[in-house]
Write a protein that binds this ligand. Structure first.
Ligand code: NAD
Ligand code: IPM
Ligand code: MN
Length: 366
């Protein structure tokens, strides 16, 4: 299998946190005697500025020839008024997900024990832990449904619309991913929809009930998305696996990230087809964005990027020990009191550090 990883740092804090992830990869490779070939390519606003397109052909080619993609983040105010196809998000990130069929987005929201007081929810609600896997459908729904259009009608009124569409096979495959993940966890799946309003959600809920029959050991529950947003804050400790469509998953996963302390803590894996060895081609990226408000200041939290690297090692290369070593190093640095600004609360024993210092501490812990 190819040992090549395409590295797409992107915009804003992307390159800053990516630097730390690459240093961690070097360190973990040395420790576990692994070797990877990294191919750095342009994506997003940085690619647009350099080449006139947010997703150059060379970038796609490189990804096609790699085992997986380590992605930073794209976008920012500089590019948000470009025509949609030239924008970093719609012209690069979404096309990459679609092109590689990365329909399964895993976002593991975990509040580390030493970070419970950095979470905005009451301490006692997560005293027994917050550990939720959000399984977000990533290549369907309203993000990609056609038609998608802006126009002016005969009366001269401007309008815009998006189409929310799911086929049954698209729903079945993401549910199977969620149920399979639940089998390795607490065997509970909460399917989130809006079946009281949306036709796509009615199909989603019926399909969830059908797929659940393939996994008799797993308990299935359903929540409407508005209630789910509320219940996540009311009883965060009671969720195990949450499965939902593209847009709902986008929103709920940011909420989960904050329950775990910060958006800068939540990694993600976007997976497509599994090969015969059970490994995936995947794209691995922080759940948060380019954070223009802190970009270039050296203060961004690199942990989401570093944990995304761990997910790459686990899901694309099957290097479970190396992945676990990274997860453990992150946990120990947090337990030691090192905090970037987003998770710093000023509590006794906490030391505020920048992006590079956090990366160095994680490498030292490795
Ligand atoms: P954002 O996730 O970039 O930032 C939201 C808030 O979280 C900001 O206050 C930011 O400083 C903070 N934050 C995020 N990551 C952090 C980190 N690692 N460390 C510390 N703080 C962190 O969301 P936004 O401001 O709505 O979007 C900014 C740009 O990023 C937009 O162009 C958006 O489209 C893009 N975006 C890209 C991705 C991606 O590339 N995967 C994901 C989300 C948003
Ligand atoms: C995410 C981001 C993207 C999404 C944007 C940047 C297109 O918010 O990965 O969560 O909505 O999927
Ligand atoms: Mn998002």
């Amino acid at each position: 299998m190819s040992k090549r990883i395409t590295v797409l740092a992107g915009d804003g804090i992307g390159p800053e946190v990516m630097d730390e992830a690459i240093k961690v990869l070097d360190a973990v490779s040395a420790k576990f005697n692994l070797s990877y070939e990294l191919d750095h390519q342009l994506v997003g606003g940085a690619a647009y500025d350099a080449t006139g397109t947010p997703l150059p052909e060379a970038t796609v080619k490189s990804c096609e020839q790699s085992a997986g993609i380590l992605f930073g983040s794209v976008g920012g105010p500089k590019w948000e008024t470009l025509p949609p196809d030239d924008q970093p998000e719609r012209g690069a990130l979404l096309p990459l997900r679609k092109h590689f069929g990365l329909f399964a987005n895993l976002r593991p929201g975990v509040c580390l024990p030493a970070l419970t007081h950095a979470s905005p929810v009451k301490q006692e609600l997560i005293a027994d832990g917050f550990d939720v896997l959000c399984v977000r459908e990533l290549t369907g729904g309203i993000y990609f449904g056609q038609p998608k259009k802006r126009g002016t009608n005969e009366e001269g009124t401007e309008f815009a619309f998006d189409t929310m569409i799911y086929t049954k096979p698209e729903i079945e495959r993401i549910l199977r991913i969620a149920f399979t993940a639940a089998m390795g966890r607490d065997k509970r799946v909460c399917s989130v929809d809006k079946a009281n309003v949306l036709t796509t959600s009615v199909l989603w809920r019926e399909t969830a009930i059908e797929i659940a029959k393939e996994f008799p050991e797993v308990e299935l529950s359903h929540l409407y998305v508005d209630n789910a947003a509320m219940q996540l804050i009311r009883r965060p400790g009671e969720f195990d696996v949450l499965v939902t469509e593209n847009l709902f998953g986008d929103i709920l996963s940011d909420e989960m990230a904050m329950i775990s302390g910060s958006l800068g803590m939540l990694p993600s894996a976007s997976l497509g087809k599994q090969n015969d060895d059970g490994l995936y081609f995947g794209m691995y990226e922080p759940s948060g964005g380019s954070a223009p408000d802190i970009a270039g200041m050296g203060v961004a939290n690199p942990i989401a990027q570093i944990l995304s690297l761990a997910m790459l090692l686990r899901y694309t290369f099957g290097e479970n020990d190396a992945a676990k070593a990274i997860d453990d190093a992150v946990a120990s640095v947090i337990a030691d009191g090192k905090r970037t600004g987003d998770i710093f609360t000023g509590a006794t024993g906490e030391a505020k550090v920048g992006t590079a210092e956090m990366g160095a501490a994680i490498i030292a812990a490795l």
